[in-house]
Design a protein around this ligand. Structure first.
Ligand SMILES: Cc1cc2nc3c(=O)[nH]c(=O)nc-3n(C[C@H](O)[C@H](O)[C@H](O)COP(=O)(O)O)c2cc1C
Length: 196
Protein backbone atom coordinates (compact mmCIF):
# COMPACT_ATOMS: atom_id res chain seq x y z
CA UNK A 1 0.00 0.00 0.00
CA UNK A 2 1.25 3.50 -0.80
CA UNK A 3 1.92 5.18 2.57
CA UNK A 4 0.20 8.47 1.65
CA UNK A 5 -3.04 6.59 0.99
CA UNK A 6 -3.19 5.35 4.57
CA UNK A 7 -1.81 8.58 6.10
CA UNK A 8 -4.09 11.08 4.31
CA UNK A 9 -6.90 12.66 6.35
CA UNK A 10 -9.32 15.47 5.66
CA UNK A 11 -7.78 18.34 7.62
CA UNK A 12 -10.09 21.03 9.00
CA UNK A 13 -7.61 22.95 11.19
CA UNK A 14 -4.57 24.66 9.71
CA UNK A 15 -1.56 26.57 11.00
CA UNK A 16 -1.12 30.06 9.58
CA UNK A 17 2.33 29.23 8.06
CA UNK A 18 2.52 29.95 4.33
CA UNK A 19 3.18 27.09 1.92
CA UNK A 20 6.19 27.79 -0.38
CA UNK A 21 5.26 28.22 -4.07
CA UNK A 22 7.61 25.35 -5.08
CA UNK A 23 5.65 23.00 -2.80
CA UNK A 24 2.33 24.12 -4.31
CA UNK A 25 3.84 23.56 -7.75
CA UNK A 26 4.70 19.94 -6.84
CA UNK A 27 1.06 19.39 -5.88
CA UNK A 28 -0.13 20.98 -9.14
CA UNK A 29 2.30 18.82 -11.17
CA UNK A 30 0.79 15.72 -9.56
CA UNK A 31 -2.66 16.91 -10.67
CA UNK A 32 -1.48 17.50 -14.22
CA UNK A 33 0.03 13.98 -14.36
CA UNK A 34 -3.34 12.31 -13.64
CA UNK A 35 -4.86 10.00 -16.25
CA UNK A 36 -7.83 11.43 -18.12
CA UNK A 37 -10.47 10.12 -20.49
CA UNK A 38 -9.16 10.36 -24.10
CA UNK A 39 -6.29 12.32 -22.54
CA UNK A 40 -8.59 15.37 -22.62
CA UNK A 41 -7.04 16.74 -19.41
CA UNK A 42 -10.22 18.72 -18.73
CA UNK A 43 -8.85 20.74 -15.84
CA UNK A 44 -7.77 24.18 -14.88
CA UNK A 45 -6.38 24.92 -11.42
CA UNK A 46 -6.82 28.39 -9.94
CA UNK A 47 -4.51 28.92 -6.97
CA UNK A 48 -5.83 31.53 -4.55
CA UNK A 49 -3.64 32.99 -1.81
CA UNK A 50 -3.57 36.29 0.06
CA UNK A 51 -5.93 38.93 -1.41
CA UNK A 52 -7.26 36.55 -4.10
CA UNK A 53 -8.17 34.03 -1.39
CA UNK A 54 -10.04 36.77 0.51
CA UNK A 55 -12.00 37.64 -2.66
CA UNK A 56 -12.88 33.98 -3.25
CA UNK A 57 -14.03 33.59 0.36
CA UNK A 58 -16.13 36.76 0.10
CA UNK A 59 -17.80 35.26 -3.02
CA UNK A 60 -18.45 32.01 -1.16
CA UNK A 61 -19.86 33.87 1.85
CA UNK A 62 -22.14 35.92 -0.41
CA UNK A 63 -23.35 32.67 -1.98
CA UNK A 64 -24.05 31.02 1.37
CA UNK A 65 -25.98 34.07 2.56
CA UNK A 66 -28.00 34.12 -0.66
CA UNK A 67 -28.60 30.38 -0.33
CA UNK A 68 -30.78 30.90 2.79
CA UNK A 69 -33.06 33.39 0.97
CA UNK A 70 -32.96 32.11 -2.60
CA UNK A 71 -31.54 28.57 -2.68
CA UNK A 72 -29.70 27.17 -5.68
CA UNK A 73 -29.81 23.76 -3.95
CA UNK A 74 -33.16 23.75 -2.08
CA UNK A 75 -33.15 20.00 -1.43
CA UNK A 76 -29.71 20.23 0.18
CA UNK A 77 -30.69 22.92 2.69
CA UNK A 78 -29.91 20.55 5.58
CA UNK A 79 -26.24 20.69 4.52
CA UNK A 80 -26.01 24.48 4.48
CA UNK A 81 -24.60 24.65 8.03
CA UNK A 82 -21.93 22.20 6.95
CA UNK A 83 -21.05 24.55 4.07
CA UNK A 84 -20.65 27.45 6.56
CA UNK A 85 -18.31 25.21 8.57
CA UNK A 86 -16.33 24.42 5.41
CA UNK A 87 -16.05 28.17 4.73
CA UNK A 88 -14.45 28.53 8.18
CA UNK A 89 -11.93 25.83 7.26
CA UNK A 90 -11.18 27.56 3.94
CA UNK A 91 -10.48 30.79 5.84
CA UNK A 92 -7.81 29.06 7.93
CA UNK A 93 -5.99 27.29 5.10
CA UNK A 94 -3.28 29.46 3.53
CA UNK A 95 -3.88 28.08 0.01
CA UNK A 96 -7.04 27.27 -1.91
CA UNK A 97 -6.91 25.52 -5.26
CA UNK A 98 -10.12 25.77 -7.28
CA UNK A 99 -10.55 22.97 -9.82
CA UNK A 100 -12.47 23.87 -12.96
CA UNK A 101 -13.73 21.36 -15.52
CA UNK A 102 -12.81 23.29 -18.66
CA UNK A 103 -15.14 21.10 -20.75
CA UNK A 104 -18.02 21.28 -18.25
CA UNK A 105 -21.42 22.40 -19.44
CA UNK A 106 -22.98 25.12 -17.34
CA UNK A 107 -25.35 23.74 -14.73
CA UNK A 108 -28.92 23.36 -15.96
CA UNK A 109 -28.19 22.78 -19.65
CA UNK A 110 -29.99 19.62 -20.85
CA UNK A 111 -27.48 16.92 -21.82
CA UNK A 112 -27.70 14.31 -24.58
CA UNK A 113 -26.62 10.77 -23.65
CA UNK A 114 -23.29 11.41 -25.42
CA UNK A 115 -22.80 14.62 -23.43
CA UNK A 116 -23.63 12.79 -20.22
CA UNK A 117 -21.10 10.02 -20.92
CA UNK A 118 -18.49 12.62 -21.71
CA UNK A 119 -19.33 14.47 -18.49
CA UNK A 120 -19.01 11.28 -16.42
CA UNK A 121 -15.61 10.56 -17.99
CA UNK A 122 -14.39 14.13 -17.42
CA UNK A 123 -15.63 14.00 -13.82
CA UNK A 124 -13.59 10.84 -13.23
CA UNK A 125 -10.54 12.51 -14.79
CA UNK A 126 -10.89 15.48 -12.45
CA UNK A 127 -11.33 13.16 -9.48
CA UNK A 128 -8.07 11.44 -10.44
CA UNK A 129 -6.29 14.82 -10.57
CA UNK A 130 -7.70 15.87 -7.19
CA UNK A 131 -6.70 12.55 -5.59
CA UNK A 132 -3.15 12.83 -6.99
CA UNK A 133 -2.99 16.29 -5.46
CA UNK A 134 -4.22 15.41 -1.97
CA UNK A 135 -1.93 12.37 -1.84
CA UNK A 136 1.04 14.48 -2.93
CA UNK A 137 0.15 17.06 -0.27
CA UNK A 138 0.26 14.25 2.31
CA UNK A 139 3.58 12.99 0.95
CA UNK A 140 5.00 16.54 1.27
CA UNK A 141 3.89 16.82 4.92
CA UNK A 142 0.84 19.01 4.24
CA UNK A 143 -2.78 18.67 5.19
CA UNK A 144 -5.58 19.05 2.70
CA UNK A 145 -9.34 19.12 2.41
CA UNK A 146 -11.24 18.22 -0.76
CA UNK A 147 -14.26 20.54 -0.90
CA UNK A 148 -17.52 20.38 -2.85
CA UNK A 149 -19.57 22.60 -0.52
CA UNK A 150 -18.48 25.26 -3.01
CA UNK A 151 -21.57 24.19 -4.99
CA UNK A 152 -23.75 26.14 -2.54
CA UNK A 153 -22.05 29.28 -3.84
CA UNK A 154 -21.65 27.96 -7.39
CA UNK A 155 -22.77 31.11 -9.24
CA UNK A 156 -20.89 33.53 -7.00
CA UNK A 157 -17.66 31.50 -7.23
CA UNK A 158 -17.99 31.06 -11.02
CA UNK A 159 -18.41 34.85 -11.30
CA UNK A 160 -15.30 35.35 -9.20
CA UNK A 161 -13.36 32.76 -11.22
CA UNK A 162 -14.43 34.44 -14.46
CA UNK A 163 -13.14 31.56 -16.58
CA UNK A 164 -14.57 29.11 -19.13
CA UNK A 165 -15.89 25.82 -17.74
CA UNK A 166 -17.52 24.65 -14.58
CA UNK A 167 -16.26 24.85 -11.00
CA UNK A 168 -16.02 21.26 -9.73
CA UNK A 169 -14.23 21.46 -6.40
CA UNK A 170 -11.70 23.26 -4.27
CA UNK A 171 -8.77 21.96 -2.26
CA UNK A 172 -7.70 23.63 0.96
CA UNK A 173 -3.98 23.12 1.54
CA UNK A 174 -1.76 24.02 4.47
CA UNK A 175 0.15 22.69 7.45
CA UNK A 176 -2.20 20.61 9.60
CA UNK A 177 -3.02 21.78 13.11
CA UNK A 178 -4.81 18.55 14.02
CA UNK A 179 -4.26 14.81 13.63
CA UNK A 180 -7.68 13.25 13.13
CA UNK A 181 -8.02 9.51 13.37
CA UNK A 182 -9.05 7.56 10.32
CA UNK A 183 -12.73 7.84 9.43
CA UNK A 184 -14.55 4.49 9.24
CA UNK A 185 -14.60 2.70 5.91
CA UNK A 186 -16.98 0.11 4.53
CA UNK A 187 -15.52 -3.39 4.63
CA UNK A 188 -14.24 -5.51 1.73
CA UNK A 189 -17.18 -7.79 2.38
CA UNK A 190 -19.62 -4.91 1.84
CA UNK A 191 -18.01 -3.43 -1.21
CA UNK A 192 -16.32 -6.19 -3.20
CA UNK A 193 -17.82 -9.01 -5.16
CA UNK A 194 -15.30 -11.57 -6.38
CA UNK A 195 -16.33 -13.53 -9.46
CA UNK A 196 -14.57 -16.56 -10.92
C1 LIG B 1 -15.80 14.92 -3.59
C2 LIG B 1 -15.59 15.27 -2.13
C3 LIG B 1 -16.18 16.39 -1.61
C4 LIG B 1 -15.97 16.75 -0.27
N1 LIG B 1 -16.48 17.94 0.20
C5 LIG B 1 -16.23 18.31 1.47
C6 LIG B 1 -16.65 19.60 1.93
O1 LIG B 1 -17.19 20.40 1.18
N2 LIG B 1 -16.41 19.91 3.23
C7 LIG B 1 -15.76 19.05 4.09
O2 LIG B 1 -15.55 19.39 5.26
N3 LIG B 1 -15.32 17.83 3.66
C8 LIG B 1 -15.52 17.46 2.37
N4 LIG B 1 -15.04 16.26 1.91
C9 LIG B 1 -14.26 15.39 2.82
C10 LIG B 1 -15.04 14.15 3.25
O3 LIG B 1 -15.97 14.51 4.24
C11 LIG B 1 -14.02 13.11 3.76
O4 LIG B 1 -13.18 12.74 2.70
C12 LIG B 1 -14.69 11.85 4.32
O5 LIG B 1 -15.49 12.15 5.43
C13 LIG B 1 -13.64 10.79 4.74
O6 LIG B 1 -12.72 11.33 5.67
P1 LIG B 1 -11.16 11.36 5.34
O7 LIG B 1 -10.97 12.20 4.10
O8 LIG B 1 -10.48 11.98 6.53
O9 LIG B 1 -10.70 9.96 5.10
C14 LIG B 1 -15.20 15.91 0.59
C15 LIG B 1 -14.60 14.76 0.03
C16 LIG B 1 -14.77 14.45 -1.31
C17 LIG B 1 -14.07 13.26 -1.90
Amino acid sequence: MIQAITDRRSIRRYKSAEVPSEVIEEILKAGILAPSAKNRQPWKFVVARGGAKKEALAAMEKGLERESACPFLPESAIHLNDAWYTLGVMKQAPVLIFIVNTLGEKMGKPLTIEDRVSEICNTQSIGAAAENMVLTATELGLGSLWICNTFFAYRELCDWLDTEGELYAALAIGYADEMPSARPRRSMKDTVEWRG
